[in-house]
Design a protein around this ligand. Structure first.
Ligand code: VOV
Length: 249
């Protein structure tokens, strides 16, 4: 019997990781660099305006370590919107000084594991809509990683009964609740969209809380038995001023 959890979907998500070509940037004429930064700032302003109009949301962070130098995380209504943003950005002079490091395509997802029984249409509930189409937090730090739930013969998440999955997700949710006010999670589903099953994006003003939360969850059955994890990306908030500062040669 098909016991797929019911999912609700909101905005599509694109995590666009880039590396800065520092030798090319430093070798460029000052006017070219100034023009490129103006273009970047124009995009940042445009994305702010889209967020203010509640038509999407964008978060911009540096990435610490060598996997990338920064990430644009965009949430938009359609895949076409996301495609248009990346193509418009790729055509800028600023983008000529970056290389693509990694990307992830997914969609904001909520499941019904912990939902109570009610006849209400969740898509009419403003709290649900606010979670499906969120303004991304502008916390000091971001942590992103993709993950799967195991499909091994002995440990296959997709062959468990709904009741078993519900009880494990309850325990997962309880651990998460212990981080209320410290870590905000945005879970994006990516089955059929990208190489892993979910993108996990965490936001916090204290980077250490990422370690505390992820470590604690490792002892919880749903992560301990079924979690498979991709690469972790962690970084610091960027705005127009700090991005301009970062690009100073
Ligand atoms: C800030 C902490 C936090 C909190 C409060 C929280 C709560 C919840 C709830 C209540 C629910 C279920 C209902 C829904 O909302 O969909 C989920 C769902 C999910 N989670 Fe979660 N999660 C957190 C945090 C959190 C983390 C850190 C991870 C990564 C796991 C780890 O080991 O590294 C994670 C993963 C997920 C996933 C992949 C799903 C979807 C699973 C599926 O099979 O569908 N999550 N999560």
């Amino acid at each position: 019997m098909n016991e797929a959890a019911m999912t609700l979907e909101g905005w599509y998500a694109l995590h666009d990781f880039r590396t800065i070509n520092w030798p090319a940037w430093k070798a460029a004429d000052e006017e070219v660099r100034a023009f490129a930064l103006d273009e970047l700032n124009a995009f940042l302003q445009e994305w702010d305006a889209i967020e203010a109009a509640k038509q999407g949301s964008t978060a911009v962070y540096t990435i610490v370590g060598q996997k990338a130098d920064f990430v644009f995380m965009h949430l938009r209504e359609t895949l076409e919107d996301l495609n248009a943003i990346e193509n418009a950005f790729n055509k800028t002079t600023f983008a000529q000084f970056t290389t693509k490091a990694y990307s992830y395509v997914s969609i904001v997802e909520l499941s019904n594991y912990l939902a109570g029984s009610s006849d209400e249409d969740p898509m009419q509930n403003p709290h649900v809509i606010a979670r499906l189409k969120p303004a991304l937090p502008k916390s000091k730090h971001i942590c992103f990683y993709p993950m799967n739930k195991k499909r091994d013969l002995s440990d296959n998440w997709y062959m468990l009964s709904m009741d078993d999955r519900k009880s494990m997700m309850k325990s997962h949710g309880m651990i998460g609740r212990g981080y209320a006010g410290k870590v905000k999670q945005i879970i994006t589903g990516s089955v059929g969209l990208d190489d892993w099953e979910w993108g996990v994006t965490l936001f916090s003003d204290e980077a250490l809380q990422f370690k505390k939360l992820v470590y604690e969850m490792r002892f919880d059955e749903v992560s301990a038995r079924f979690g498979e994890f991709g690469p972790f990306y962690v970084g610091n908030l960027l705005d127009q001023a700090s991005f301009t500062d970062l690009m100073k040669v």
